[in-house]
Design a protein around this ligand. Structure first.
Ligand SMILES: [Zn+2]
Length: 231
């Protein structure tokens, strides 16, 4: 069939072979596209927030890191939770200036949209020339900036923007058994170091930066991430 087009062509649509007859009338509106994070999105009056407490030894008082998220495309198939802003509060004033600057820059990156997960690696790889510190539980933090990065990582995992690499239940059970066996074999084992979750003589793991590596039967096993080397 030939159709003479006498008017100007202002748009077209490719017909799908399996298109539903009732569907072909539906106009394609630009506004049905899901909203992506961008800096023109107006801040709603309330946002969903999560506050994380950290107690770095390099600061006199605890620090409270609040990350507020915005819900985009609420109640649609495209609903997504995106970080919108970050605040850090503390009684300590010694880091005040750069902490405020850092939170403003991070918030600005969040609002720009796109992939913000690169921030985690950038922050976590900042090394304090004075040497970093061990957190409770034996995890090594190369700097306060890195610990802020670790909190953002935890948050992005919680809202599903980063993959959660939590150990499987089976791995956890095997590590717990190994640990019990190791502790039983240590006649000198004492439990006085309660600030450390892992055996006192555990050594540093190169994979997860935690003092949790024990040697048993010629194999070095990390009780934190399960990394193991034999020989
Ligand atoms: Zn490890």
């Amino acid at each position: 069939m030939t159709v003479k087009i006498s008017n100007q062509i202002v748009g077209y649509r490719v017909k799908k072979a399996d298109a539903d007859a009732t569907e072909h009338q539906a106009p394609v509106h630009a506004e049905t596209k899901p909203v992506e994070m961008n800096e023109n999105i107006e801040r709603p009056d309330f946002l969903l927030g999560t506050t994380y407490k950290i107690k770095p030894p390099v600061a006199e008082h605890a620090m409270y890191i609040t990350i507020n998220d915005i819900l985009l495309n609420e109640d649609t198939d495209h609903e997504s939770r995106q970080p919108y802003e970050v605040f850090i509060n503390s009684k300590s004033m010694e880091h005040f200036q750069w902490v405020i600057a850092l939170t403003r820059v991070i918030s600005a990156v969040f609002r720009k949209g796109g992939d913000v997960t690169f921030l985690v690696e950038e922050l976590r790889s900042v090394y304090d020339p004075n040497g970093g510190y061990f957190k409770k539980g034996g995890v090594f933090m190369p700097s306060l900036v890195a610990e802020i990065g670790a909190v953002i990582e935890k948050h992005l995992k919680a809202i599903g923007l980063l993959e959660n690499d939590e150990l499987s239940e089976t791995t956890k059970r095997i590590l717990a058994e190994k640990r019990a066996e190791f502790e039983a074999s240590q006649s000198t084992a004492t439990n006085d170091d309660t600030s450390n979750d892992y055996p006192a003589n555990a050594t540093m793991c190169g994979k997860c930066n935690t003092k949790a590596v024990i040697v048993m039967d010629g194999c070095a096993t990390c009780l934190s991430c399960g990394d193991s080397k034999c020989g």
